[in-house]
Design a binder for this molecule. Sequence first.
Ligand code: MN
Length: 233
Amino acid sequence: MRPLIGLSMDWDEEKNVHLIGAAYVEAVEEAGGIPLPLPSTEDEEVIDEWLDLVDGLVLTGGVDPDPAHFGEEPIPAMGRIVPSRDRTEIRLARSALRLDLPILAICRGIQVLNVAAGGTLYQDLQSQVPGVIKHYQAAPRWYPTHEIEIPPGTILARILGGTSFRVNSFHHQGLKGLAPGFRMSARSGDGVVEAIEGPGRYVVGVQWHPEAMWKKYPVHLELVTHLVRAAAG
Ligand code: MN
């Protein structure tokens, strides 16, 4: 049996549709998992039943988490929020951590994971971090536009087989205070946190989009392959 990997979905309230980027689904399949997209829901029992079913979890990219979840008022440069998706993903993340389910959190996902575990965010890097580089690229999705440094001895350094990479970048927010029990496992030259690792079998968050890069740069599929492998164990 291939491991069942839950993937959080976006929710478009105006069009009344749940959405998942095809690249996430394809990456999980390629890595040997069975993708199971999980829509936003107001029913907590539904979320808890999903967590009984799945062997691992991908928190996907999307719009900004509501800063109320980390005790802040919104600044003017804060983006769109989807309240029901916030609540669904925060419950998914907290329960998955408690159950020691393997988690891969991507872009918005790393931010949701950090907030769910008690961390905080910069609501907008450009207005809150002096000297910040461009983190919302105007280049093809697969194309790496900035450098990251990975500390030796991290899960990330082992999985990717190196300490220096170039990655794509589609975020205007970033991690500020790391959640207790988590550590930084990549940052860009301007000091912005680009990856974290948490306690458990495999709890990894990345600020870039590996699912959009692996066809050109196969090493990035390793992040998903290791999630599926941890989920199988
Ligand atoms: Mn970046």
